[in-house]
Each structure stands twice: as structure tokens, then as C-alpha cells.
Design a protein around this ligand. Sequence first.
Ligand code: MLT
Length: 404
Amino acid sequence: MTTINKNYLKLPGSYLFSNIAKKVSAYQEAHPQDQIVRLGIGDVTQPLAPAVIDALHKAVDEMARGETFHGYAPDLGYEFLRTAIAKNDYADRGCAISADEIFVSDGAKSDSGNIQEIFGVDNKVAVCDPVYPVYVDTNVMAGRTGEYNRDRENFDGVIYMPCLEENGFLPELPKETPDLIYLCFPNNPSGAAITKERLQEWVDYANKTGAVIIYDAAYEAYITEEGIPHSIYECDGARTCAIEIRSFSKNAGFTGVRLGFTVVPKDLVREGVRLHDLWARRHGTKFNGAPYIVQKAGEAVYSPEGKAQLKEQVAYYMRNAHYIYNGLKDAGYSVSGGVNAPYIWLKTPRGMTSWEFFDHLLEKAHVVGTPGSGFGAAGEGYFRLTAFGSYENTQEAIRRIQAL
Ligand code: MLT
């Protein structure tokens, strides 16, 4: 008889954002008159930039003519996009990353979930707590963890690095040595940013211990302060210990278009094997390339018009971030994030748990956010609001929260 992958049975409940979506739609069904403002999942609301739309139209027209039609894309990505990424995201920031170290994909969520496949199941994984759930859940599915521990509300066999107020929401080097270290900066969910000096410590640590860092830089476009690295490759020695994952979702509003990429430097070698070659093999076997029209849209993100338009779009969301941050502060909340990231991380008031505050906000203010405990045990007592709403909805949400 067929057997199943029993690792899936270790996962409690459903995926965080599916769970929240179900709760919110049940509430809306029961209260159809309530105007709900959604600041939960980090999904963008502003339309694609005109330069991106133009590129999409042109690419669609090309697909309509035999001479310019495109079938399967190269599985590692079109040269035009990989070259644009290498120049704009890396060379221009002084990072030595070549186009053939860039793997174009359908988004950072898939890449951050799939990347663990090229590592042995015996690798010990370290994650921040709270953490973007995809890193943990995919390692659970692969059998790289023990059972879910209901008392501790986390998985046995995973190294959790608490990111709390007292450490500025930044992880400290773990006592137990991990093999795989997931870092996300600017951070989802806390909105904390890491300085280049602090990130350099992680790179030095990984090079010393032989660990590999999986660095999720999906929110780098939101960095506003000096001294905060946009890429881990700004640190010396990162080419021998780090994989970087990037997204077009947050910097260019591609959540519904789907495009991302992963960088695996050729100098990153473990057990005598280049991880680049393993990821290329995996990509070639399981992925048929992001669509031509989407990659042309991605190229437009790096055009002078695209850059200018997207700078404005990011500034629009950051205006929301400041509005939420200041509005909550004025209302007496303890708040962080929102300066180099589109997420605001607040302490729940009056000792409420994260889910109690979620219900309270939904029922009394009709505002949806994300409970901090959904990102891990150390997120308990915290709550995340996203700056990706419209400015009007953001203002309305804060008005309602202030009136509670
Ligand atoms: C989030 O809300 O944490 C993000 O939207 C999730 C994602 O990007 O997949």
C-alpha cells in the first residue's frame, strides 16, 4: 500500500496566512456590514508601475507573432534579466556576483522553501524566532526536524534564535553549531534591520564553522538608513558561505505576477561539491523557467523609468509605515520596525496574547493584522501590521485602533 510522507503530520494546523484568511472570511460572512481593513498578509495594493506595464504589453505582442514568439524559457533565466540583476543589484553595490550565479524563479517563497532540498536531511537548521514560517515548515516536510512540541510551541531538533526587544530583535550566535542558518533582513515579521558589522559577524561565523547562510533579502528596497546592507555579498567572505534569495514582489509589486531569484556563488562548496551545480541541477529538473513576458517585466524594473517609478511606490508604502508607527506610538503602543521595512511590530496591550489581540482588533476595529505567535513562540505578545495597504485604508485602520 502507498505510504505518505509522515513528516507532514508533524505540522500543526494550516499555513499561517491560510488560517488567517479563513478566520477573516468566516467573520466577514457573519458580519457582512463591517468594512474590514486588511493589514495582515504582506500583499501589495498599488498597481504595477507604467514601465512594467509597457514591457508586459510589448512582450505579449511579441508572443503574438511567429518571429518573436518565445516557448520554454531557459531554465536558469533569460540572459537579459540575469545581466540586469548582476549589474544593478550587485555590481552597482560593489558585490562580485556574475550573471551565471543568478537563478531566476517564480518567486522568493518557492525558492526559500525549495533551497533546503540540496542539503542533507541530517543538517541542523537554525532560524530566528519569530520567523517567516516557510523556512521551518519546509524543513519539517523534508524530515530535518523532530516532532512539534506543544509546550514550547516549536519543533524539536531546530535551533531557535530568539529575537526579542532586549536584543533589538536581532539573533545572537547560537550556542549549538548549526549547519544551515536562515536569516531574513530587513526582517519579516519584526521589521528589524541588521547593520553591516553585525551581518559580517554571521558571515565570519559561517565561514569558521562551515555552516551555510540562506539569506532572504526580499525587503531590501525598504532600507532607508545608511550602514544597512542590501545584500549579504556586501560582507567579506560571503561568497563562500551564503546563498541569497530576492523577490520582485515587494520592490515592484509582483505578488500576482511572480518573479524572484536566488544567488548561489560558485565559490560556495561543501563536501567538495559546488552548491551552484546542485541548485542548477534541481532547477533544470523541476522548473521550466519563469515566463518570458514576466522576465521582460522584470527587466523593466531596472530601466531608468522603472527605477524612478518604483522608488515612488516604495516611498508610498513607507509613508504608510511611518503613519502606522507614529499613530500607534501616539496611542501608547510599544512599536518597532517600519524604518527599513514595510512591517510594524507592536506589543499587544494589556497582556493580551497575539491571537486575543487579533480577535479584539477584528471584532472591535475590523482591522486584520498578523499575530506574532504565528511566526513562532518568541512572537507571542506581539502583532504585525503591514504598510502595503492603501494610504486611505492605513489612515482608517489607525483611526479605528486609536479609538479602541
Ligand atoms: C508575509 O505576509 O509574511 C508575506 O507576504 C508572505 C510572503 O511574502 O510569502
